[in-house]
Design a protein around this ligand. Structure first.
Ligand code: EPU
Length: 419
């Protein structure tokens, strides 16, 4: 297993370009199953998660070609069964359920397990399918959904932790081929949901309201092929902004949509950094004294849970007491024990982390536990004195395209050790 070694304390400068969004690419690739015609998707990041999704599409009968960031998929004839050995590597595989149900009127997909960031139920996805007229059965670890036909309905997808991103995607992908009109209340507003809706509309779907809490989907008989550019990855952009804050002389993040990272730039601004957005670039640089923060993770446009671990790393070395409350995945704190091994002072009280900033972090061998937790450890390593060795780097490779190379371009002393 590869490791990443970071020799901390080297200030970052220069610029990097953000890759296409992982969390847009996964449902958009799944959506190509909705038509027999070829679809072309540009700026698909080269990540193990996008690779797994392409393997699933191939298993289901799709013809897939990939040339650098461009993927073409033709799903002329497809199967509707995705077994455990195909889907187990990635929880987001669950987003093939909607398109399979929409096109084949049945789907059997192995049930996703929990994961290290906590329980990850899919009850809201299934509630949406049932409202469209599908029957749902759980048999032998698989979820089977089937319907003689799908009919438009009014569906409220808001759960006790707020809206669901992949649940909204899944219901939208099934409803585009339902008879009649579907209204989704409590829809997720994340930019990735809007990107999927844009792609589906290019395929001939009739979806209105993407980016608001209410979607109106007028079912159509069939969809056709389409070509699409994936939006920039706002979480990768946010992670680099925090890298610039934690250890930068001044860096510029290019090919980003500033609106999509507003919660992060606002937080960094409140923490005392200088942020400047011009067109599709954002620069972050030091601006004198830094201040502690109180942060709460929330659905978009609130502060994203996918940036909570990275902010924990930054606030660990920001003077004063910061408080983060994780409202989306209350147990998403696997990075805390590892940050503490590097000298951070963090106390967990349920979903709340109380962080007492320290002057120095120290390099240590640390273990990545999930994607964003791993990113936090790399960020802490950039700041720490000495060498940080991050193992289980495959977590990083799930969601950051060439993270080590991009940080090197900015002047970080970072190397990947093959193992
Ligand atoms: N939830 C339910 N029932 C459901 C679905 C979700 O109770 O049927 C709960 C979840 O347990 C959670 C909340 O609702 O408390 C929100 O979960 P959501 O369904 O929105 O998460 P997701 O769609 O499975 C996506 C991203 C995650 C990101 C979350 C929240 C993808 C592939 N994944 O997951 O990204 O954290 O939205 O924004 O889009 C990551 O990239 O590192 C990552 C984990």
């Amino acid at each position: 297993m590869d490791k990443i070694l970071i020799h901390g304390g080297h200030p970052l400068s220069g610029s990097i370009k953000v890759s296409g969004s992982k969390n847009s690419s996964l449902p958009i690739l799944a959506a190509t199953l909705l038509t027999r015609e070829p679809c072309i998707v540009h700026r698909v990041p080269d990540l193990s998660d996008t690779h797994y999704m392409l393997q699933i599409l191939i298993h289901l009968g799709g013809q897939v070609e990939r040339a650098s960031g461009t993927v073409s998929v033709t799903a002329e004839k497809i199967e509707s069964i995705a077994p455990y050995d195909v889907v187990r590597k990635m929880r987001a595989s669950v987003c093939v359920l909607g398109p399979l149900l929409g096109r084949c009127k049945e789907a059997t997909v192995s049930m996703p397990g929990g994961c290290v960031i906590g329980d990850r139920p899919i009850d809201l996805h299934l509630k949406g399918f049932e409202a469209l007229g599908a029957a749902v059965r759980v048999e032998g670890g698989n979820i089977k959904v089937f319907a003689p036909k799908l009919c438009g309905a009014v569906i409220n997808l808001r759960g006790k932790f707020g809206p669901t991103v992949l649940g909204t995607d899944n219901v939208m992908m099934a409803a585009v081929l339902a008879e009649g009109t579907t209204v989704v209340e409590g829809a997720a507003q994340e930019p990735e949901v809007v990107d999927l809706a844009d792609f589906l509309n290019k395929m001939g779907a009739k979806i209105e309201g993407a980016g608001t809490r209410r979607l109106i989907i007028e079912g159509v008989k069939e969809l056709h092929g389409a070509e699409h550019d994936i939006i920039p990855d706002r979480i990768e952009a946010g992670t680099f902004l925090v890298a610039g804050a934690i250890c930068g002389k001044g860096i510029t993040i290019k090919r980003v949509t500033p609106e999509h990272v507003k919660a992060v730039t606002n937080a960094l601004g409140n923490c005392g950094f200088r942020l400047e957005a011009t067109g599709d670039s954002i620069s972050v640089s030091p601006n004198g004294e830094t201040k502690p923060l109180e942060l709460v993770t929330e659905p978009y446009p609130g502060f994203p849970t996918d940036m909570q671990a990275q902010m924990c790393a930054l606030l660990s070395t920001t003077d004063g007491i910061s408080v983060i409350t994780e409202n989306i995945f209350p147990q998403r704190y696997m990075h805390v024990a590892e940050l503490k091994r590097m000298g951070a002072h963090v106390d967990l009280e349920g979903p709340t982390a109380v962080i007492q900033g320290v002057d120095h972090l120290f390099g240590a061998p640390v273990m990545a536990s999930d994607l964003r937790a791993s990113a936090a450890l790399v960020l802490a390593g950039l700041k720490a004195d000495g060498v940080t060795e991050v193992s289980r780097v495959y977590h990083i490779d799930r969601g950051y395209e060439h993270l080590d190379e991009k940080l090197s371009e900015l002047g970080a002393h970072i190397e990947r050790v093959k193992g």
